[in-house]
Write a protein that binds this ligand. Structure first.
Ligand code: KG4
Ligand code: ZN
Length: 327
């Protein structure tokens, strides 16, 4: 069974090939350098970059495999930037249609959620799964393949978005999350992390909110004429601590509430070293499988295939943005 998959849900053009459960390739064409110029992702530009990169990513992912030898094509069709998603979906549909091969659509969040299974050392079910990236902060209780409960998610910004927006405010370049993380790790003491008491969750539920925290940092910055080097360390460290602690509080609440020990954290923010320090027993996929990729898409397709749930999608299927999806 050879499965080829594409993910163009945001600004990365990703394509991967799985051959009998062996990952042959996972290609990611990142457009971050272009987005840096704009200080964030411009959906229109992301779509145009996908158009340029998709054929190249597809060819690279094939690694010489004859296109006719692909048994099944899969593509992320939700949630994400609609223009970006449509490019991946249209590309895969056209190829599958021309080759008279089946194609199936995959949910991007589900692909992240099961991405730990790309690694053989992932913990057994059940687990509490947190998908935490620039676009999502979603908490799940996962019982098995295709058997999970959505517990809650962000009511406003995603955690990665909070890192990026607060980081931008403090002068870090896009995407500010990794830069801020590195800066804090290299310079901050535990005292710096406690200097500002930015808001933490007050409700014992499974939803997240980061907009209050973002405003609190903004107010502190506005109070100062200029940010001195030591203040930058304190502000960055305290903001990182507040974002990360928010994630830790909610995850721990879920483990206690459902009496589930195992924790799995994935998505770009799962690369954060402070999060890894505060939740050392959680399982984190390798960083290349935390950030957007198509290996997780073919992985989920293969898992679904094994339990007879990889259904061929009609060619009338299309893409859906985040706001069109109700959990
Ligand atoms: O999963 P991803 O590549 O794309 C989305 O689906 O959003 O995640 C990118 C996000 C960005 O917001 C970035 O700032 C954040 O993940 N990120 C981090 C770190 N590495 C990536 N945030 C905090 N610390 C990091 N080390
Ligand atoms: Zn993602």
């Amino acid at each position: 069974m050879r499965i080829l998959g594409i993910d163009t849900s945001c600004d990365d053009t990703a394509c991967a090939l799985l051959d009998n459960e062996r990952l042959v390739s996972s290609i990611v064409y990142s457009h971050t350098t272009i987005m840096k110029k704009y200080g964030g992702i411009v959906p229109e530009i992301a779509s145009r970059e996908h158009i340029k990169a998709i054929t190249l990513a597809f060819k690279d992912a094939l690694q010489g495999t004859n296109i006719n030898d692909i048994d099944h094509f899969v593509v992320t069709n939700r949630p994400g930037l609609i223009g970006s998603l449509l490019i991946g979906v249209t590309f895969i549909k056209s190829i599958a249609f021309a080759l008279k091969k089946p194609f199936s659509v995959i949910d991007h969040i589900e692909a992240h959620l099961y991405s730990p299974l790309l690694d053989q050392s992932s913990p057994p079910f059940p687990w509490i799964g947190l998908v935490v990236s620039g676009g999502h902060t979603e908490l799940f209780k996962v019982e098995d393949i295709d058997r999970y409960t959505y517990l809650g998610g962000t009511l406003d910004d995603a955690a990665g978005e909070a890192f990026d927006k607060i980081g931008k405010l403090l002068g870090f370049t896009y995407p500010a999350g990794p830069e801020m993380n590195k800066f804090v790790k290299e310079r901050a003491t535990s005292k710096d992390r406690k200097k500002y008491r930015f808001p933490r969750p007050i409700k014992e539920d499974f939803n997240f909110s980061f907009s209050g925290l973002k405003t609190a940092v903004l107010r502190e910055v506005e109070k100062k004429k200029e940010i001195k080097p030591n203040e930058l360390v304190e502000l960055s460290a305290s903001a990182e601590e507040a974002i990360v602690e928010t994630l830790v509080i909610k995850v721990k609440h879920a483990t206690r509430f459902f009496d589930v020990k195992n924790i799995v954290i994935t998505g770009g923010v799962a690369c954060n070293t402070r999060l890894r320090e505060l939740l050392p027993h959680a399982f984190y996929p390798q960083p290349k499988f935390c950030t957007d990729n198509a290996a997780m898409v073919v992985n989920l397709a293969s898992l679904l295939y094994k339990i007879g749930k990889l259904k061929a999608t009609p060619f009338t299927e299309t893409a859906y943005s985040y706001s069109e999806i109700v959990h």
